[in-house]
Write a protein that binds this ligand. Structure first.
Ligand code: ARG
Length: 277
């Protein structure tokens, strides 16, 4: 008998990452950052290399963005844009400490022939946008409440030509959509309901009746900040409970060690932007 579990299929992905060569925690713009906690820069690079090699080992292509001194959060490459069908909708960061990252991403896309739409509204790219190509004909889920502002959702819809569903984030620990929800494959998601308003939980339940539901402990371990190719789910090694839940749902968890970058308030997904040419 073929079970649903045996049908989880990987699709080859193309990603963009940026080395943590200049990573540091010099300011605190989310509840996880504490400038008093020392960071081991060499260990950060080593762990990031491990993530990059894991993705390549799974058969994916990883492009690199050059890190720039003075931009210690640039390693969180997911925040620079969101792409669909060859169009990149650029980021405009909430905090001035990160604002210069937007231009670096923009140059990367423009130099490679992408159609680039510069934003007017504040938004942090895939930090707050998740794309599900096979859900309802291609759907963008978008978070607001802490970083991305609501009018950016309409701007993204016009830039990318896909319906955008706005979801209200209500817990400051989960300040980006990608620490509360992740695409597991082209049509399904995993999320922690408690990160969303009651109304947004209702919206998610209606759109994704088969979603995998995570617990607060999974979210607190940064487990939801994952990257999935449809079968292999790369996630923080601390998220052992979520790994078990995903395995039971037929996915294959691939744990990685990223503890240094977690001091910046990010994990796997924050470091990886998906490129959809
Ligand atoms: N220190 C960064 C910030 O607060 C972390 C960004 C994490 N990235 C993400 N996609 N959630 O902006």
């Amino acid at each position: 008998m073929v079970t649903v579990e045996q049908q989880r299929v990987a699709r080859k992905r193309t990603y963009l990452m940026c080395s943590p060569a200049h990573f540091a925690v010099e300011y605190a713009i989310n509840p996880w950052m504490d400038p008093a906690t020392p960071v081991d820069p060499e260990l950060a690079v080593k762990q990031w290399d491990g993530l990059r090699e894991t993705l390549i080992g799974l058969g994916h292509e990883v492009h690199l963005l050059d890190p720039e001194p003075g931009l210690p959060d640039m390693v969180f490459a997911a925040n620079g844009a969101v792409t669909v069908d060859g169009t990149a909708y650029g980021a405009r960061f909430r905090h001035e400490q990160r604002s210069a990252e937007a231009a670096a991403h923009r140059s990367w896309y423009e130099a490679r022939g992408w159609r680039f739409v510069a934003p007017v509204r504040t938004n942090e790219g895939e930090g707050d946008f998740a794309y599900l190509p096979e859900a309802h004909g291609g759907l963008l889920l978008a978070g607001y409440g802490f970083r991305t502002e609501l009018p950016a959702h309409a701007e993204a819809q016009e830039a990318l030509g896909r319906p955008v569903v706005s979801l209200h984030l209500v817990d400051p620990r989960f300040y980006h959509l990608d620490v509360a929800l992740a695409a597991l494959d082209d049509a399904n998601v995993v999320y922690f309901p408690g990160a969303f308003s009651v109304a947004s939980q209702r919206v998610l339940a209606q759109l994704f009746p088969d979603a995998v539901l995570a617990a607060d402990e999974d979210a607190l371990a940064f487990g939801l900040n994952l990257v999935s190719d449809g079968r292999h789910v790369v996630l923080a090694s601390e998220a052992t409970r979520l790994a078990g839940t995903l395995r039971a749902a037929g996915y294959q968890p691939v744990p990685v060690e990223l503890a240094e970058l977690r001091k910046g308030g990010g994990s796997v997904k924050c470091c990886v932007a998906e490129l959809r040419p």
